[in-house]
Ligand binder design. Structure first.
Ligand code: DC
Length: 211
């Protein structure tokens, strides 16, 4: 079973896919981490994430353990990720990594849930189930703000909102695999839903006969 979950930053993809993976005993891949790992490596080397030669080399060098490094969740890594993700050659290199994961999920799992921006449209267009989560930019910025505060990290709401809007614009307007729902995706606005309600709605969509 392959489940694709797409949507903009802080729309609730991570929490939902963790719960779906546990519920259906699936492997889980947060594909944003892949782009974050590439972006973070370039920032560490003081290079430019928009330079295609640099970014493609970083993407080719990516290995699975890079996804476990600290700091990938920081806003700087997210912005760098969004910049490398706009480069078609980088996306082409990372496509194989994601498709291999879906085709041969690790640890003997019988399927996978992947979350990102283009899973339902490009990475796994034949996924059995496709969800597209959305929420207003204000709601998403407030979620990020509270998350950072809870972790004791520095958080300035206005800056988070600005960064989220900047990423939305770049992710939606790029020519290569822009952020958009697949035509056959179940689109769910999570603005007024808590995590349990999002999970229940996803289960109703995946297993309509059980609801
Ligand atoms: O989901 P995230 O916030 O961790 O993603 C970080 C950036 O990576 C996001 O702004 C766009 C890019 N990305 C992408 O282009 N395609 C994906 N499948 C996943 C992420």
């Amino acid at each position: 079973m392959i489940i694709a979950v797409d949507g903009p930053a802080a729309s609730g993809k991570g929490t939902l896919t963790e719960r779906l993976a546990a519920h259906f005993d699936l492997a889980r891949l947060d594909t944003g981490l892949i782009y974050r790992a590439v972006g973070a490596k370039i920032l560490r080397d003081n290079d430019n994430p928009e330079d295609p030669v640099v970014a493609v080399a970083a993407a080719r060098a990516l290995c699975f353990t890079d996804l476990k490094q600290d700091g990938l969740r920081l806003e700087e890594a997210g912005l760098a990720a969004s910049r490398v993700a706009a480069l078609p050659d980088v996306r082409a290199v990372l496509l194989a990594f994601q498709r291999d994961f879906a085709a041969c999920p690790p640890n003997g799992k019988m399927g996978a849930v992947l979350d990102g921006r283009d899973i339902g449209t490009v990475v796994c267009p034949d996924a059995h189930h496709k969800l597209f989560l959305m929420a207003s930019a204000d709601v998403r910025a407030m979620r990020r703000y509270k998350e950072l505060q809870a972790r004791g990290a520095e958080a300035i709401y206005a800056r988070i909102l600005r960064d989220i809007k900047e990423r939305d614009t770049r992710d939606m307007s790029r020519s290569a695999a822009p952020l958009e729902p697949a035509t056959d995706a179940f689109v769910l606005d999570t603005s007024d839903l808590d995590t349990d309600e999002v999970f229940s709605a996803a289960l109703r969509y995946i297993n309509p006969q059980n609801s």
